[in-house]
Design a protein around this ligand. Structure first.
Ligand SMILES: Nc1ncnc2c1ncn2[C@@H]1O[C@H](COP(=O)(O)OP(=O)(O)O)[C@@H](O)[C@H]1O
Ligand SMILES: Cc1ncsc1CCOP(=O)(O)O
Ligand SMILES: [Mg+2]
Length: 262
């Protein structure tokens, strides 16, 4: 019997094709700041976004999608209630969930909400910057609003412990992105510093992870490929952008071009 081991490049091409072919419906409960950009990023790669947060409909929406993205960027009690209903349903139906603990550590409310979500439910993947991942473990609090003040390496050990405790995949984004599932660690270094100067790049990464885990049940590999896609698109966009405004637009074009290369 021949055992076929695909290279990461082949896996990358395969997941892009799967997203194009399946056009997975991805349910995003996300923040006001990034909704439009995130939806466009998902459309650019061939996924199908739906943004829905009303408690009257989230359970129904979650039951028809291929993955759920929970992003706590602009929290309020009704939204938290919606997040809990949605993640509970996704867990019951064994649907993949990615959680973005935006700004955890910046307020007691954010920290309590994030802890409730990771302790009461099961996110398949958690993606945050280094300050957010450290704040999630409550080992330290370096969060400056929604941005990180430390480098990814500072959160590596904590992320590994958290991954083992929750039995899931943790992604720390930054100059180096780390994808951690227990003892298994991969890294991506293809991004560009300008990405941290455009709002919503982290949230976009989280939703792209959502699209990738929708079509690939290997959540570690799917998250790695999602971060690789972010990095490649960032790299491509940076080359032709004059500043952060054009970068934001060029980044969506780059996603589209990479995803549609045959
Ligand atoms: N200094 C950097 N150099 C290269 N890429 C970066 C840098 N900072 C962030 N990125 C990239 O930007 C994207 C968003 O990450 P990050 O800025 O850490 O998220 P957040 O917006 O949640 O703080 C990721 O794809 C990451 O690789
Ligand atoms: C600025 C801001 N404030 C609340 S949510 C948000 C967007 C954060 O997006 P990202 O973490 O992807 O930069
Ligand atoms: Mg963020």
């Amino acid at each position: 019997m021949t055992i076929e081991i695909m290279s990461k490049k082949e896996q990358f091409e395969k997941i892009l094709k799967e997203i194009r072919d399946q056009s997975p419906l991805v349910h995003n409960i996300t923040n006001y700041v990034v909704m439009n950009n995130t939806a466009n990023a998902l459309l650019a790669i061939g996924a199908s976004p739906v943004m829905a947060h009303a408690i009257e409909e989230v359970e129904e929406i979650t039951s028809i999608v291929s993955a759920l993205v929970i992003n706590m960027g602009t929290l309020s009690p009704k939204w938290v209630e919606a997040m809990e209903i949605a993640i509970k349903k996704a867990n019951a139906l064994n649907k993949p969930v990615v959680f973005d603990p935006v700004g955890v550590g910046a307020s007691t409310y954010r920290t309590e909400t994030a802890l409730k979500i990771i302790e009461s439910y099961k996110p398949s993947v958690i993606r945050g910057n280094a300050s957010e991942i450290l704040a999630l473990t409550q080992l330290s609090n370096n969060t400056k609003g929604v941005d990180s003040t430390i480098s990814s390496e500072n959160a590596l050990h904590a992320a590994q412990e958290l991954s083992k405790k929750l039995n899931n995949t943790i992604v720390i984004s930054g100059a180096t992105d780390y994808i951690i599932t227990g003892e298994n660690i991969d890294k991506v270094t293809t991004g560009k510093p300008i990405m941290a100067k455009v709002t919503g790049m982290g949230c976009t990464a989280t939703s792209i992870i959502g699209s990738c885990i929708a079509v690939n049940p290997n959540y570690h590999m799917a998250s790695y490929l999602a971060m690789e896609l972010m990095g490649e698109a960032g790299n491509m966009a940076e080359k032709i952008s004059k500043g952060t405004g054009s970068f934001q637009m060029n980044f969506i074009d780059a996603l589209y071009q990479i995803a549609n290369e045959k």
